[in-house]
Design a protein around this ligand. Structure first.
Ligand SMILES: [Zn+2]
Length: 274
């Protein structure tokens, strides 16, 4: 089973088109992020985010076995807590995506969002690390997300292994290993959607596998729909080649390519892997 745990929508998709791309890519389940990077959707425009979340719900709601909706909220909007409640009531929305820009993950406004997300049992996928579009990554250092620990039960994933702060991401993740917390019970997961340039990747993967382990790591393509399945498949192949190079075992691959993410979202498929 392959889960793409980080796949963007742009607002231009059809459900059939998405499923066709996933079939072509050999991806069984996709975590789809509401549109926020393509016009008219913008993190600064609260109405557009709400519209994007409704759009995503319509896109995924009839395919609960294959498409999981991640609503986008911005804690800088004073109504963000209410926006989460609204999104949580939309069919097919089962998690959140947040991008710290103009706010830090330990700010009061973020804690107000975490409280609601924890109460509604909505996991959060965070951008972490540098941005490739020139926005400042200074809000997104992995250690800033330790604030999540104030909300036991809230489960989060830090994207891109926090590149270029991958050692810092490992340090955040390994705390639970040191304290004997099983990966399934940990609040933190990390996604392998690419941050590091190619020459760094094998080393970054090797350290993450060794320090925080495959059951805390999950594959994500970070591709933007609508796109051909081959575009998503190339991300699967890149990761597979690295896992080959590193001699990762069959069971550990199963976790990275789907099991960790299934467990994170408490999908029925999680039990098959364990
Ligand atoms: Zn992304």
């Amino acid at each position: 089973m392959i889960i793409d745990a980080h796949l963007h929508t742009s607002g231009q998709e059809t459900t059939d088109g998405v499923l066709q791309s996933l079939d072509e890519a050999g991806v069984d389940i996709a975590f789809l992020l509401a549109p926020f990077l393509t016009a008219p959707y913008s993190l600064n425009d609260r109405a557009s985010l709400r519209a994007g979340n409704r759009y995503l719900s319509e896109l995924v709601k009839h395919q609960p076995d294959r498409l999981v909706g991640f609503a986008v909220v911005n804690p800088l909007h004073p109504q963000a807590a209410g926006d989460i409640e609204e999104a949580a009531g939309l069919p097919g929305i089962r998690a959140l995506k947040m991008v710290p820009t103009g706010w830090y993950p330990y700010d009061d406004c973020a804690h107000r969002v975490y409280e609601v997300a924890a109460r509604l049992e909505l996991p959060i996928l965070f951008h972490s690390g540098i941005f490739i579009d020139g926005r400042s990554g200074r809000y997104c250092r992995p250690s800033f997300y330790e604030a999540v620990r104030d909300h036991p039960g809230l489960r989060v994933t830090l994207a891109h292994l926090g590149w270029p702060w991958c050692d810092e991401a490992n340090a955040v993740g390994v705390i639970d290993r040191i304290n004997g917390v099983a990966p399934a019970e940990s609040q933190f997961r990390f996604d392998l959607s690419f941050g590091p340039p190619p020459i760094y990747r094998a080393e970054v993967f090797r350290k993450a596998l060794d320090v925080i382990g495959p059951r805390s790591l999950q594959f994500g393509s970070d591709r933007f729909l609508p796109c051909p399945g081959a575009h998503i498949r190339s991300a699967v192949d890149e990761v597979t080649e690295l896992l080959d190079e590193l001699g990762v075992t069959h069971n550990d691959r199963e976790a990275i390519m789907g099991g960790t993410a299934a467990d994170w979202l408490r999908l029925p498929e999680a039990k098959e892997i364990a």
